[in-house]
Design a protein around this ligand. Structure first.
Ligand code: AHG
Ligand code: MN
Ligand code: MN
Ligand code: MN
Length: 333
């Protein structure tokens, strides 16, 4: 309903989620508190990203040590990590947290729960100083009844996620998430401080015209990758080549892939056989979203969601996107 072109019946993320949750009979509202803390984290990081240059938040944190993946931490990596840890802890519903920026899982044994949250507090940090889109990626598991919170409790296949999503800090702040049945996008209205439903039921095209990969690694590629890429660059007569789009922030490359179709690839190669992306807090949430939107997510051989991680910072090759394109790649394995 709107008068004078003002929509007075806004569908905010919280309202939409409660509506969506009604589809989950066992939902007790605990998840609403977890999602509220994730929203707070995304709003807080948005405000820091928007004024990074002014508030001197660009650049490295200056700590000599690196994170568990051997990467030098940027100031915004460290701040975003603290912001999400504090927000999730304050919900009182998260018993285990796994963050890219924390060596070990954060485990609470005071009876709180039942959720496990895995997250990449700031994805695409190499792009921060250039003002290119960056983001946050998160996935949520539920402890099994009676299960003791532990780091091992987070080592679950992606198929067991109850929620997966990301927030992209781009020209606008877009939060995209799914409970497994339908993918929805919400845009932050900065005048309201609310995420408002703007992309209901995102479906990825079954075949695309874009491939997204770091061509700089092409001399290291395995046959499966180079054969497929060469095929879309030099198509059979009458077909046009695919376009290359590579932003270097997974969140931004996946957001475009979800909306426009195509594929995002970070394959294993002779330099890094398991690729670069981390299973728990990059591969799984994005694979969960892509498959919920009708696409396919693979490790090159089988669905990426069936990987069972053995450690919290484990990496995996990943091929995500339009179903028919990913199936073509898997046929070359
Ligand atoms: P993060 O900034 O969280 O460490 O992730 C960076 C990842 C991902 O965002 C992106 O797809 C990939 O690194 C880009 O890697 P290359 O620069 O090797 O292409
Ligand atoms: Mn990193
Ligand atoms: Mn990342
Ligand atoms: Mn990161």
């Amino acid at each position: 309903m709107s008068q004078f072109n003002v929509d007075t019946n806004l569908i905010t993320l919280t309202r939409h989620m409660i509506h969506e949750q009604k589809q989950h009979p066992n939902a007790k509202g605990d998840f609403t508190l977890v999602l509220a803390s994730i929203q707070l984290g995304c709003k807080f990081v948005t405000s820091l990203v928007r004024r990074a240059g002014i508030a001197k938040l660009n650049g490295t944190a200056g700590t000599a040590d690196t994170n568990a993946s051997g990467e030098t931490q940027k100031k915004l990596d460290v701040l975003a990590d603290e912001i999400f840890i504090n927000a999730l802890a304050s919900s009182g519903k998260v018993a285990v947290m796994v963050s890219e920026e924390q060596e070990k899982a954060i485990v609470y044994e005071d009876g709180r729960g039942p959720y496990i949250v895995v997250f990449d507090p700031l994805d695409g940090s190499s792009n921060i100083d250039a003002g290119v889109s960056i983001g946050t990626i998160f996935g949520v598991y539920q402890l099994h009844d009676g299960e003791k919170p532990s780091e091992e409790a987070a080592l679950r296949p992606g198929r067991e996620l109850v929620c997966g999503g990301y927030c992209m800090y781009g020209s606008s702040t877009n939060l995209v998430l799914s409970f497994g049945n339908g993918v929805h996008g919400y845009t932050l209205d900065p005048t309201l401080g609310e995420f408002v439903l703007t992309h209901e039921n995102i479906r990825i095209p079954s075949r695309g015209k874009i491939y997204s990969i770091n061509e700089g690694n092409s001399i290291y590629w395995e046959k499966q990758t180079s054969q497929w890429v060469n095929g879309v660059k030099n198509p059979e007569k009458g077909k046009s080549p695919y376009s290359l789009r590579y932003i270097g922030s997974m969140v931004a490359d996946i957001h475009r892939t979800l909306l426009y179709g195509g594929v995002f690839l970070y394959p294993g190669d002779s330099k890094s056989p398991k690729g670069k992306l981390r299973v728990l807090y990059e591969v799984f949430p994005m694979s969960f979203l892509i498959e919920a939107a009708g696409g396919r997510a693979s490790n090159g051989k089988h669905s990426a969601l069936d990987i069972v991680p053995k450690s919290i910072h484990e990496r995996s090759p990943v091929f995500l996107g339009s179903k028919e394109d990913i199936e073509d790649i898997e046929k070359l394995a």
